[in-house]
Ligand binder design. Sequence first.
Ligand SMILES: Cc1cc2nc3c(=O)[nH]c(=O)nc-3n(C[C@H](O)[C@H](O)[C@H](O)COP(=O)(O)O)c2cc1C
Length: 229
Amino acid sequence: MGPDVTPEPAGDDAQARPSRTASAASAGPTTANAFRILLVYATRHGSTVEVADAIAEELRSGGNEVDQRPAAEAPSPAGYDAVVVGGPMIMGWHREAARFVTRHRADLERLPTALFITAASLTETGESDVQGVPIVKDPWLAKAPRDAAKLRYKERYALPQHYLGAVLKKAAPGRPRSVAFFAGSLDLTTMNLFEKAFVLLVIGATPGDGRNWKAIREWGAGLGEVLTA
Ligand SMILES: Cc1cc2nc3c(=O)[nH]c(=O)nc-3n(C[C@H](O)[C@H](O)[C@H](O)COP(=O)(O)O)c2cc1C
């Protein structure tokens, strides 16, 4: 199987954590003409919700109004000023995040959009964009291959263009203004046997919480400017 084959996730992708409802997530004062951002997230085991929380916090401290919703329950982006969609790699980008992007691609083409992807592995080959879309790579996640001239299967699988290429296809003709890749969190105790086998044997991931809050917050803090530009 080559790296351009991204299987759809197996099993159910039920949200493992309670969703941040609009009211809980938007608590706090907002101004009538604040820039309104819809922040949509998906998660398999819960850690990406906290990444979304941190990004929402940064956007709010920049004066934006953020409506943070789980992808499965997210409203149409119509009526918002910008959209951020995030989710983990779960043998391909999380199904709910991908579905949201596909379903709303007409709106997303009109609106400034950014994506974030949490993952357990990413191969660093020095690129700063995928198909012209600027990418930001968490240094805790991106790892140089053993031999850049001869990538191993799992290194090819974890190339930014492999992960993101499939997502951009779903978003087309819209193009996100920025895509961030962040190290996620792998808790083997929450995984079934199949999931464990995949993350350990196929992608060679290291269990543990690898989230780099500095990198996440930095991207979130600069995002308002990227989306309003
Ligand atoms: C079944 C499964 C498949 C995964 N597939 C990938 C993958 O293809 N590439 C990758 O880099 N990480 C992969 N991961 C790691 C997750 O992206 C990472 O653990 C993420 O932080 C999980 O986010 P969550 O806690 O919000 O579900 C996988 C994890 C699981 C459980």
